[in-house]
Design a binder for this molecule. Structure first.
Ligand code: NAX
Length: 331
């Protein structure tokens, strides 16, 4: 039997946490033969609820689950962690200024960065889910300088999967036959869902999504806004924000990162920009990536048209502004 992998989920008592921990314990994140130890962190007001989640994990008798730690102590939570999924954060409440929300999250991510740096396994991989996800990841990177920057990422896989879902619905094809959509930029409403390189496999042949949809007007407007606004649509319908799809996307993100992406296909991940596609270095920006042996690589050489360029720049600009705002919160 394999050695267990220790996975930290922060915000373990929250909505996404509740959907995510059973998926991890069932092998959806690291594979059906990979034992796991779960660490869950939350804050004092949620300590009782967190205990309840731990009780349910025990009651579910998951064969792969070799241990559960439920704690409000960030040091204990980060001890020997191999994978850290950062779901905990300060939500934007009605009437709150952007700066106030940012300021709360800057202090949370600054503190948790140090705890991870000092206590996690040396090769710990980090996925930030909590919003503002890209900028929280950037703060974490800044305050955990000994964690390689390649190991710090943020979640845009939910947006990626939403784009696949929309194409699959529109064309009435299986979602698994659609591939190579791209989410560029920020996990926010400025993100750019791009189908210019996406294909559908039908009867063994691959066809471009643009050719099959044959409606550029839909692809360039409604499709994009539907993906950008999907989070808001879920809130409107459910009176709660997306949780099961977010948890599932977090599993997809880590699974592909650790176990590799399938041949000739890529996924979207928020990663530290190296300047690819003219995106300024020093931002956590969502790119198309392939993964192999636990490392991601930005897909190179894709042709970018003027329409895309403009949208990629706008979302980058928003990230520059968020970075400035985050910096101003540090003083
Ligand atoms: P919930 O409010 O249900 O859960 C958040 C949990 O985090 C709570 O239990 C809270 O007590 C805990 N928490 C707060 N501060 C903490 C700290 N300092 N350390 C540890 N835990 C802390 O929110 P939920 O619906 O689970 O969403 C979690 C986060 O994911 C939010 O920031 C949300 O905006 C973000 N999302 C990001 C998505 C993405 O694709 N990147 C999509 C889904 C989601 O909206």
């Amino acid at each position: 039997e394999k050695e267990p992998i220790t996975v930290l989920v922060t915000g373990g008592a929250g909505q996404i946490g509740y959907a995510l921990v059973p998926m991890i314990a069932r092998g959806a994140m690291l594979g059906p033969d990979q034992p796991v130890i779960l660490h869950m962190l939350d804050i004092e007001p949620a300590a009782e609820a967190l205990k309840g989640v731990k009780m349910e994990l025990v009651d579910a008798a998951f064969p792969l689950l070799k241990g559960v730690v439920a704690t409000t102590d960030v040091v204990e939570a980060c001890k020997n962690v191999n994978i850290a999924v950062m779901v905990g954060g300060f939500p934007r409440k009605e009437g709150m200024e952007r700066k106030d929300v940012m300021s709360k999250n800057v202090s949370i991510y600054k503190a948790q960065a140090s705890a991870l740096e000092q206590n996690a396994a040396a090769d710990c991989k980090v996925l930030v889910v909590a919003n503002p996800a890209n900028t929280n990841a950037l703060i974490l990177k800044e305050f955990a300088p000994s964690i390689p920057e390649k190991n710090i990422t943020c979640l845009t896989r939910l947006d990626h999967n939403r784009a696949l879902g929309q194409i699959s619905e529109r064309l009435n094809v299986h979602v698994s036959d659609v591939k190579n959509v791209i989410i560029w930029g920020n996990h926010s409403s400025t993100q750019y869902p791009d189908v210019n390189h996406a294909t559908v496999t039908a009867n063994g042949a691959q066809k471009p999504v643009r050719e099959l949809v044959a409606d550029d007007n839909w692809l360039n407007s409604e499709f994009i806004t539907t993906v950008q606004q999907r989070g808001a649509a879920i809130i409107k319908a459910r009176k709660l924000s997306s949780a099961l799809s977010a948890a599932s996307a977090a599993c997809d993100h880590i699974r592909d990162w650790v176990l590799g992406t399938p041949k000739e296909s890529w996924v979207s991940m928020g990663v530290y920009s190296d300047g690819s596609y003219g995106v300024q270095p020093g931002l956590i920006y969502s790119f198309p990536v392939t993964c192999e042996k636990g490392d991601w690589t930005i897909v190179q050489g894709l042709k970018i048209d003027e329409f895309s360029r403009d949208k990629m720049d706008k979302t980058a600009q928003e990230l520059v502004e968020e970075k400035e705002l985050a910096k101003s919160c540090l003083n």
